[in-house]
Write a protein that binds this ligand. Structure first.
Ligand code: SF4
Length: 258
């Protein structure tokens, strides 16, 4: 396999358009797909890891075995809990990894907080999306535009929510300038993810032990009860249909958070 060279006027996704359309990636398992992504795109490939869900850590562990210099970034919204910052430090120590930390524009945060307060997200879906747009979606766009990235890897899984059930293993990310987006765990189950964590001693966020299936911003995440839907701990005050991540869903161009 050959690495993709950046050609003027040809987006990264166009290089793989034929293979994506033909579904040739559907048969690859997670490790094989990651190996392909790294072979094709490293160092213009980056893993998106929230450090608040095991999927990103599983992928980081897999990528590390294939290419120790594989890149990883985290969106530090300014509202992450201490447990997540502690995990970022543990990962740095364990893998010797320079995590690329992406932050919101201070002026945009200041303006938003001045107009609507720190906790505007509880007031309406619109204001929650605004907060996510300022703290997550815009920083991600800015990062992708300036970080020499042609492709990214996400821990998205189909069973995570109704809005993710059709996710392909490889997609064109039109929102970010036709990047290639790899979802190696698309068909994995929750149990498979945790089996990998146990089998490989992957570090995870300590809040999972307190009932958090995933950990996002501190004021927008909470523990759930046994039997609850796994997404019930995120934006629990909203209807399920609005609880999607603006980072993954094209039509939510204003963003709605992780
Ligand atoms: S998850 Fe909550 S605090 Fe974080 S960016 Fe979205 S609305 Fe703001």
């Amino acid at each position: 396999m050959t690495r993709v060279a950046s050609l003027p006027g040809v987006s990264p996704a166009q290089h793989l358009a034929h293979e994506i359309e033909a579904g040739v990636f559907d048969a690859l398992d997670a490790e094989a797909l990651l190996a392909f992504a790294i072979e094709r795109f490293h160092p213009r490939l980056v893993l998106s890891c929230s450090f608040g869900a095991p999927e990103g850590l599983v992928l980081l562990d897999m990528m590390q075995r294939i290419e120790p210099d594989a890149r990883v970034f985290v969106l530090d919204t300014g509202r992450l809990p201490q447990a997540t910052h502690d995990l970022i430090d543990r990962v740095r120590d364990r893998y010797g990894k320079a995590v690329e930390v992406v932050c919101p524009e201070p002026d945009a945060v200041q303006e938003m907080v001045r107009s609507h307060g720190q906790n505007l997200f509880y007031e309406s879906v619109e204001l929650r999306r605004r907060c996510c747009a300022v703290r997550k979606v815009e920083p991600l766009r800015r990062y992708f535009a300036g970080a020499e990235v042609d492709a990214w890897v996400s821990g998205l899984r189909r069973e995570q929510s109704s809005t993710r059930r059709d996710a392909a293993k490889v997609e064109v990310d039109a929102l970010h300038g036709d990047l290639v987006k790899f979802n190696p765990l698309a068909e994995w189950s929750h149990d498979q993810v945790w089996r990998y964590v146990r089998d490989h001693g992957v570090p995870t966020n300590r809040l999972h032990k307190s009932g958090y299936p995933s950990v996002g911003c501190e004021p927008c995440s909470r523990a759930i009860q046994p039997g609850d839907d796994l997404r019930a701990g995120r934006w629990w005050w909203e209807h399920e249909s609005t609880r999607e991540c603006g980072l993954h869903v094209g039509e939510e161009s204003d963003g709605s958070g992780i």
